[in-house]
Design a protein around this ligand. Structure first.
Ligand code: NDP
Ligand code: 2IT
Length: 448
């Protein structure tokens, strides 16, 4: 669909021309500007006052070299990034991704999306993202530690508990956050809530580890109920087997769903009896192994090479929880053909634009990532609050807040879509609701 506002169309062209080699960033911006056209048509001051132009340009991009030494004494040089996208409603907040595919386009798309997602949580957090093309896979703990320390030696100059608060994302979990936090503490001589996703012994929040996956299912539950469906008795397929996928599997199962397939970047496992989550956790969280080992250890389970074929597994509910553009048009068609009635995005931007269009046109209940996976960053913001208070809430307290946040978020996005004549379109609703709070703050500041 083209952008139904002439100015925004021109802006989109300028974004592409300015950074032609950033396809993921263009994809994220095009989706948002398409949704925002009716808002810009109704409120021309947003264009006149420069809000739209500022929205698509990061406040600051930091790019740095990260030299580190492997266990054999060889020196490697990776590239580090932090994109501080928008601080209109709070300190920059967003994860760090360590994956060989990381480049400026990917970090910019993630930082851009984060701005709207964080606004949707209703909490005071701006948008940012960072990472490196470092691959933690196959590295020893000592190598990961040296890399994280070198990364933080540079990053620490630009972050702070009231400035920019990073967290985890792909390839950055509890181990990496520990090394990063330890180095920040050492360099700054301060113990502050500068990172979230910390270990429970040094300022982490209960339920942060579970938050993205749980929040995803809480939002899915609202969407399913509105559509006259539910997890109870449903067959569920979840791509990925990392932090988001594992806790989505746990909550979907608790809510009465049967998860029959999970994946990693090499392939997927199908278990008709329902995924044995403790076995997945043993393989992925403890042994840092590959998902194919599941089929070797679990009677009756099958392993199939090629992660994208997971969408051919018949299911009622699909939860893509691995990475961007992992659900292409062919996958969407297979889901539709097999009677899937809901797709709820756990990963950031997992559906390609044509897949998203096909799912929505077919009447599949669809929740986009910036709404559906906001539970992780929401509990990160609760971790910041607890750190500031030097106090911690119980698991139940955090989980209850998470549930309320996801329920409110769902209704706000649904109402925003309705208000602008797009009832039932959560993609547009999430973009609009996330945008309005940021935009009104930017207007209040004047041109800065
Ligand atoms: P993890 O590193 O814990 O897990 C990532 C999972 O995705 C792994 O199973 C990985 O497989 C798989 N994966 C990664 N790249 C690809 C690829 N190119 N193709 C297929 N599978 C792939 O990361 P998270 O679970 O934290 O993150 C998953 C997604 O959720 C990301 O999009 C992230 O941005 C998003 N997200 C994460 C949040 C969080 O709190 N952690 C919050 C909100 C969103 P393999 O082991 O083979 O690489
Ligand atoms: O994409 C995301 O929202 C995250 N990776 C979590 C960010 C955070 O600051 O907790």
């Amino acid at each position: 669909m083209s952008i139904q506002n002439e100015y925004l169309n021109g802006l989109m062209e300028r974004v592409v021309k300015r950074d032609p080699a950033e396809p993921e960033f263009h994809q994220a911006v095009r989706e948002v500007l398409t949704s925002l056209a009716p808002v810009a048509n109704a409120r021309p001051e947003l264009i006149r006052e420069g809000v739209m132009d500022c929205l698509v340009e990061p406040e600051r991009t930091i790019k740095f070299r990260v030299p580190w030494e492997d266990d054999k004494g060889n020196i490697h040089v990776n590239r580090g990034f932090r994109v501080q996208f928008n601080s209109a409603i709070g300190p920059y907040k967003g994860g760090l991704r360590f994956h060989p595919s990381v480049n400026e386009s990917i970090i910019k798309f993630l930082g851009f999306e984060q701005t709207f997602k964080n606004s949707l949580t209703g909490l005071p957090i701006g948008g940012g993202k960072g990472g490196s093309d470092f691959d933690p896979k196959g590295k020893s703990d000592a190598e990961v530690m040296r890399f994280c320390q070198s990364f933080m030696n540079e990053l620490f100059k630009y972050i702070g508990p009231d400035t920019d608060v990073p967290a985890g994302d792909i390839g950055v979990g509890a181990r990496e956050i520990g090394y990063l936090f330890g180095q920040y503490k050492r360099l700054s001589n301060e113990f502050t809530g500068v990172l979230t996703g910390k270990g429970l012994t040094y300022g982490g929040s209960l339920a942060r580890k579970e938050a993205t996956g749980y929040g995803l299912c809480y939002l899915a539950d609202c969407l399913l109920k509105d559509g006259g469906k539910g997890f109870e008795g449903s067959t569920v397929v979840i791509s990925g087997s990392g932090n988001v996928a594992i806790y989505a599997c746990e909550k979907a199962t608790q809510l009465g769903g049967k998860v029959v397939a999970m994946s990693d970047s090499n392939g997927y496992v199908y278990d008709k009896d329902g995924i044995d989550l403790p076995l997945i956790q043993q393989i992925k969280e403890i042994e840092r192994g590959r998902i194919k080992e599941y089929a070797q250890r679990k009677a009756g389970a099958e392993y199939h090479e090629g992660c994208v074929n997971i969408w051919n597994v018949p299911c009622d509910i699909a939860l893509p929880c691995a990475t961007q553009n992992e659900l292409p048009l062919e996958g969407a068609k297979a889901l539709i053909q097999n009677g899937c009635f809901a797709v709820v995005e756990g990963a950031n931007m997992p559906s390609t634009p044509d897949a998203m269009d096909a799912l929505q046109e077919a009447g599949v209940l669809f929740a986009p990532s910036k709404a559906a996976n906001a539970g992780g960053v929401a509990v990160s913001a609760l971790e910041m609050s607890q750190n500031s208070m030097r106090f911690s809430w119980t698991f139940q307290e955090v989980d209850d807040r998470l549930k309320t946040i996801m329920t409110d978020l769902y209704h706000n996005a649904a109402q925003a879509a309705e208000r602008f004549g797009m009832a039932g379109n959560l993609v547009a609703g999430a973009n609009i609701a996330g945008f309005l709070k940021v935009a009104d703050s930017m207007l209040a500041y004047g041109l800065v």
